[in-house]
Design a protein around this ligand. Sequence first.
Ligand code: SF4
Length: 697
Amino acid sequence: MSQQTTREIINGIRGTKTVPGVCMICPWHCPTENFVKDGRIEYVRGNEYAANRTTRCVKGISSIHSSRDKDRLLYPMKRNSAGVHERISWDQALTEIAGRLKKIKDEFGPESLVSLFHLDSNEMFTHQLFGHLYGSPNLSGHGAACDQDRRLAALSTFAHPLPVKDYANSRFVMLWGADPFGPNEALHENRELLEAMKRGCRLIVVDPNRSRTAEKAHIWLPIKPGTDGALALAIAHRIVETQSYDKSFCDEWVHGLAEFSEHVLSNGYTPQWAEGITGIAKETIIAVADEFAATKPALMDGLKGLVNYTTGLDALRTVFALNVITGNIDGPGNLILKEMSPLGFPLEIPEEEATIPEKPPIAYGMGYPLAPDLPTQLLPKAVLEDDPYPVKALFFHVCNPAMSDPNTRLFEKMMAAVELSVTVDIYMSETAQLSEYVLPEASTYERAEVRESMWAGPQTVLAQPAIAPLGESRPYYEIIKGLAEKMGYGAYFAWDSWEDWARTCTAYLPVPYEELKEKGVWEGELRYRKYNTDGVPTSTGKFEVYSTMFEEMGYHPLPVFNEEHRVKPDADYPFQLVNCKMQYHCGTHTQNNPYLMAIVGENYVEINSLDAARLDVREGDLVEVASPHARATIRVRTSEAVQPGVARVPHGHGFGRRFGSIARGRGTHINPLFETRANPVSGGISFNECKVKITKA
Ligand code: SF4
């Protein structure tokens, strides 16, 4: 007798039907299962055929509310002459937007449209309409506010944008400014890390804050904020000096070891030098370097705690170089250069129908030719000054730079200046409030997605609509299809149902469509050391610790520690403001969620209890946090987890959520305090470079 799957057991008990989906709350996009009865989502969990098995985090489980939230956008809206958004029909919205886009293209060229998005796989429809057909080179994700520096460091070292972690097979893991046990990174990775630690894997955490991950680490290095690059270079110095790198691997697969070695030695990046900068004792640096070099397999990686400084890009280049020179790359227990599934485009657009833009992407003109994503924090200045060229239309798809970028006031000015602004979202976000047209998207429970997952091997997720869209909301692919028809491109978007394009996208997978549909995921083989068979797609054919890409563009080919651009606390503004994420929230979409808001309903500033005593404030008091640019009032939490002199604030809360009855009036929007600061090479936002003073409110 065949055994019942747990899906079948749950459906038997609840009288439900399972529809595979995907979680879109945070960037890990876990494959999910939705259990549906009578057009309502009754229960959700992780997909049992995916690496998470059946688990989801608290944010993911709680997101069931978004399938029922009465505060969601339910119909298209247009701002009237009094500045109020009023309901219009889909036909009016799409006809007017299409007409205005055509006029803008005729007058200013296709590059005058900038289309911004988060991480939605349905963005492929925007790429086909606004990219291939309309001809804009300015389609960009939100990377500048997130992993921009990590991606550029990875591209320059590995020619791969997204190394992932094979904790399961590792014996030494060193995490820099990453807190996977806190606000969650990929759930299966966290479980694998804990299991590896039970088997003896060592965990070293570099973080100014005693994060949840730091609490579980064998060694926590409480580094001074923004100085990780000095520590990484000192570890490199020790490994080069003792020649404890992997010589035979370097001979075959590493470009620039000699230059890298000479660079770290001749510049005096010694552990002693780093001790004075980082606050980490030289003996500790030597011990960690020796252990890392002696332990295989190992991996080192960093994330937002590292990249939110102007020193972050070179810090990560050094961290990635350390993986490479010790031969710890793409093998079991290393950083893995993820292989993608063989997915196709949903539409076929003949080459002769594509519009080739005459001008380069706007990031080039801004002086960031290597930026993986548009430095969105610099967009307002570019738009307001028509530099490098006019931008007249802004299209936002579930991204909210009014909340996620610094210098909110400048963003508002830009929104008032453009000729056309459109936001597609499931909520009336702050960016939607500033847009002329607001289009309601169906939630993840009501739409299809074909996407690559974050698992280390190739893995496709086929998420399917589980319930009907709320109100008049539409899946994104229907919105783009409608717009394409009005713009005269309807012939290319001629599918009848989502399954037509989903079949096209997945046609090259070695799995029958019906099986993929039933399981919701397809997983290929996780191949290790692919460089042995496929090579390394850098210009030298090797992993580069001396970057030819940087050299060609006139940047330093080797990583340095340069504090020239850093903002540090001073006598007038004695605190370093750093941002973080909460375990229970992600961006703004979780803030109208009653379950999550019942756990934590607002953000706060965390300061060390010694600082709190000096300022005469106690847990729960209101304080004013002021930077040279703006001020904000927020509640205090006292904690030993942050160092004296550091003020830590979870970002993405507060501001003007007019339509969110649960979120309204809760929390403090901290981003107006930040100056517009960018890494000079990547254009990534240096969020943590903000000095503030704190006084009792
Ligand atoms: S980690 Fe949590 S919020 Fe993020 S995608 Fe997975 S279930 Fe969703």
